[in-house]
Design a protein around this ligand. Structure first.
Ligand code: RFL
Ligand code: PHB
Length: 389
C-alpha cells in the first residue's frame, strides 16, 4: 500500500488533518488502534474557539454544529461565595461555541466516510519507520497480518500516550512538564444546565466547573485529590460536594439526576520540542498537553493541523519545503501561549495545597483585580476566545 501522508490516530487532530489534506487533493490514510465506538465514547472537550469552528466550516462539517452548538459570549467566575459575569463579547467582539468533542469527532468521521477516505481501525503494534530517511512507512498488524503503508510523510496525531513521539530519538527531542497535585472528577447527566454560561468556581474545598453539552445535558467537574477513586463517588456524593462549592443562586437552581458517565482525569502541562523529526510531524496531544481549565486542548490540535496542512499543501503544490521546515516553530509559538493561559487559569482557581494562606490571598486579589480592570478582563477574554492563527 502507498499514500502521500499516513496519519496515526483518529482523534480530532487526525480526523481534521485528514479532511484538510483531502481538500487540498493530498491522499491520506488514518491508522487507529481503537475502534470507532471507543473513540466516540470518550467524553472530553466542550468549548470550541471561533478559529476551530472556521476550520470545521472550511472542510464542510459545520452544518450540525451551526444547528446545535450553543453560542456563549462569556463565563461566570465565582469566588468568595459570589458569582461575577465576564462578557468576552463586549471586550473582544468574539464568542465561543459549546459543542462536544464527541460531536466534532462524529461529524468528521461521517465526512471522512462520505468522501470514501480510508481509516484502518483496530491496528495493533503501529510503528512509524524510516522517519529520518527518504522512504518512511508505517507498519502495523491487522487481523494477524503485518501491513506496511509507504508514504512521503507521517503525521503523529496519536495523543499523549501514542507511539509517534516515543519513536523520536531521545537526543532529538526536549520535553517540558508540570504535573499538578490534583485531578478533575467529571460527571455527565441528562439535566438542564444550571446557568446560561459556564461557571468557573474557586472555593476553599477546591475548584468546580459547571459546563454543558446542550439545553438538556450538563457536564460538571470537581477538583479532587489524585488518590480519589471514581467508585467512591456515588452520584449523591458528587451532587452534595458540588452544591457545597457553588454560589447560592446556582445551588438553588441546580437540577441533579443520574450520571451517564463519571471519570477522573489528572491535570498536566507538557510540551515536546521540536514538533518534527525528519518525515514525522507531531500534532495535538501527541506534542503537548494542557490542563483543561482554559478549554484549550482540542483547539490547539485544530491550530496545529491547520499549520501542518498548509505546509503540506505548499510542499505538494509549490514544491517548497519552507513551511514544513517552519511548522514546529510556528505551532509552538501558539502552543506556549495556550500553555501559559491554561497554567494561569489553573493556578488562579484551584486549591493548591493545605494551609497555603499566601497563595489563597494572591488568588483572591487577582480575581478581584480581574473584575475591576477592563484590561485584565480583556486579557482573559482574548485568550479564552482564542488567539488568532
Ligand atoms: P486524542 O483525542 O487523544 O486522539 C488520539 C488518537 O490516537 C489513537 N492512538 C493510536 N493510534 C494508533 N496507534 C497508536 N499507538 C495509538 N495511540 C493512540 C487514540 O486511540 C486516539 O483515538 O488526541 P488529539 O486528536 O490530539 O485531540 C486532543 C483532544 O482530545 C484533547 O486535547 C482535548 O480533549 C482536551 N480537552 C479539552 N480541550 C478543549 O479544547 N476544550 C475543552 O473544553 C476540553 N476539555 C479536555 C477537556 C480533556 C479532558 N480530559 C479527559 C483529558 C476536558 C477533559 C476532562
Ligand atoms: C467541558 O465542557 O468539558 C469543559 C468546558 C470548559 C473547560 C473544560 C471542560 O474549561
Amino acid at each position: 500500500m502507498r499514500t502521500q501522508v499516513v496519519i496515526i490516530g483518529s482523534g480530532p487532530a487526525g480526523l481534521l488533518l485528514g479532511q484538510l489534506l483531502h481538500q487540498h487533493g493530498i491522499d491520506n490514510i488514518i491508522v487507529e488502534r481503537q475502534d470507532r465506538d471507543y473513540i466516540l465514547g470518550r467524553i472530553r472537550a466542550g468549548v470550541l474557539e471561533g478559529g476551530t469552528v472556521q476550520l470545521l466550516e472550511q472542510v464542510g462539517v459545520a452544518q450540525r454544529l451551526h444547528r446545535e452548538a450553543l453560542i456563549h459570549s462569556g463565563i461566570y467566575l465565582t469566588f468568595a461565595g459570589q458569582r461575577h459575569a465576564i462578557d468576552f463579547k463586549a471586550v473582544t467582539g468574539r464568542t465561543v461555541a459549546v459543542y462536544g468533542q464527541t460531536e466534532v469527532t462524529q461529524d468528521l468521521m461521517d465526512a471522512r466516510a462520505a468522501a470514501g477516505l480510508q481509516t484502518i481501525y483496530h491496528a495493533k503494534d503501529v510503528r512509524p519507520n524510516g522517519i529520518n530517511g527518504a522512504h518512511p512507512n508505517v507498519s502495523f498488524v491487522q487481523d494477524g497480518r503485518e501491513v506496511t503503508i509507504d508514504c512521503d510523510f507521517i503525521a503523529g496525531c496519536d495523543g499523549f500516550h501514542g507511539v509517534s513521539r516515543q519513536c523520536i530519538p531521545e537526543n532529538a527531542i526536549r520535553t517540558f512538564e508540570r504535573v499538578y497535585p490534583f485531578g478533575w472528577l467529571g460527571l455527565l447527566s441528562d439535566t438542564p444546565p444550571v446557568a446560561d454560561e459556564l461557571i468557573y468556581t474557586r472555593h476553599e474545598r477546591g475548584f468546580a466547573l459547571c459546563s454543558m453539552r446542550s439545553m438538556t445535558r450538563s457536564r460538571y467537574y470537581l477538583q479532587c485529590s489524585l488518590d480519589e477513586r471514581v467508585e467512591d463517588w456515588s452520584d449523591a456524593r458528587f451532587w452534595d460536594e458540588l452544591k457545597c462549592r457553588l454560589d447560592p443562586e446556582a445551588r438553588d437552581s441546580l437540577v441533579t439526576g443520574p450520571s451517564l458517565e463519571k471519570s477522573i482525569a489528572p491535570l498536566r502541562s507538557f510540551v515536546a520540542e521540536p514538533m518534527r523529526f525528519g518525515k514525522l510531524f507531531l500534532a495535538g496531544d501527541a506534542a503537548h498537553i494542557v490542563p483543561p481549565t482554559g478549554a484549550k486542548g482540542l483547539n490547539l490540535a485544530a491550530s496545529d493541523v491547520h499549520y501542518l496542512s498548509q505546509a503540506l499543501r505548499e510542499y505538494y503544490a509549490e514544491k517548497s519545503s519552507a513551511s514544513l521546515d517552519g511548522y514546529s516553530q510556528k505551532a509552538l509559538a501558539r502552543v506556549w501561549k495556550a500553555e501559559r493561559f491554561s497554567w494561569w487559569m489553573t493556578s488562579l482557581l484551584h486549591r493548591m495545597s493545605e494551609n497555603d494562606g499566601f497563595t489563597e490571598r494572591l488568588q483572591l486579589a487577582e480575581l478581584d483585580y480581574l473584575m475591576s480592570s477592563q484590561a485584565a478582563t480583556c486579557a482573559l477574554g482574548e485568550n479564552y476566545v482564542g488567539l488568532p492563527f
